[in-house]
Ligand binder design. Structure first.
Ligand code: ATP
Length: 209
């Protein structure tokens, strides 16, 4: 069977957007959204899941009472429980990652356009193969540190500690992925985004022959 969609018709594809802390993932995702593409974010989906009573109940069964007394998830309490404890962190990931990905893919399936998904811990969770393509946003470590510290109003040292526990983007091999270099101003980042979108459109849009 030859599958050849009409000219210009998009296949339902999911492209992950990832990168280190402060690399510019959210900025890139906003630029993509401004171009009219559907976008989804793991962080936003997690925030929504964290409001669902059945999800909170599941977490409480594993980690004890991690509510704020009014039935809402106390994310600070939860982070304190898992912080520095590999087993507990792995247990939390085992609950949250499938829930987030399932919800993300359920939403992505509703679009007939290419959907872009911000996935901060893509490589850490080994989820690359769940996506049709991956965009890696790369930015110099010093700029990432300064940008994230300024945005979150925290010392650069705090960002550095978080960076140390993450995938080493400075030494990764991203030959098989789309790479966006974010080492200049926002106008240049926008240009990189446009070029990457064009490549993705060309790759995932089947043309009549
Ligand atoms: P995190 O993983 O911490 O959520 P992120 O990868 O989503 O971060 P952004 O929030 O997009 O990164 O960017 C971090 C900060 O750096 C933001 O304040 C953003 O406005 C700024 N920033 C990103 N790229 C540039 C750039 N090229 N020029 C100036 N500021 C930038």
């Amino acid at each position: 069977m030859c599958i050849r969609a009409e000219t210009g018709m998009k296949q339902n594809k999911k492209i992950a957007v990832t990168g280190g802390i402060g690399s510019g993932k959210s900025t890139v995702l906003n630029m993509i959204a401004e171009r009219g593409y559907p976008v989804l974010s793991c962080d936003r989906i997690y925030s929504e899941l964290a409001e669902r009573p059945e999800f909170i109940a599941k977490l409480c069964r594993h980690f004890g009472d991690i509510t704020d007394g009014c039935g809402r998830l106390d994310r600070k309490k939860l982070s304190e429980i898992v912080f520095g404890d590999r087993e507990k962190l792995a247990a939390l990931d085992e609950i949250t990652h499938p829930a987030i990905y399932n919800e993300m893919f359920r939403r992505a399936a509703a679009y007939d356009k290419i959907c872009f998904c911000e996935v901060p811990l893509l490589f850490e969770s080994g989820a690359q193969s769940l996506f049709d393509g991956v965009i890696v946003v790369l930015r110099d470590a010093s700029d990432r540190m300064a940008g994230a510290a300024k945005r979150d109003n925290v010392p650069e040292e705090a960002v550095k500690r978080r960076m140390a526990s993450q995938f080493d983007y400075d030494n990764g091999d991203f030959a098989e992925y789309y790479v966006i270099h974010n080492n200049a101003n926002l106008a240049q980042l926008q240009e990189e985004v446009e070029t990457t979108l064009k490549r993705i459109e060309d790759e995932y849009t089947f043309k009549e022959t």
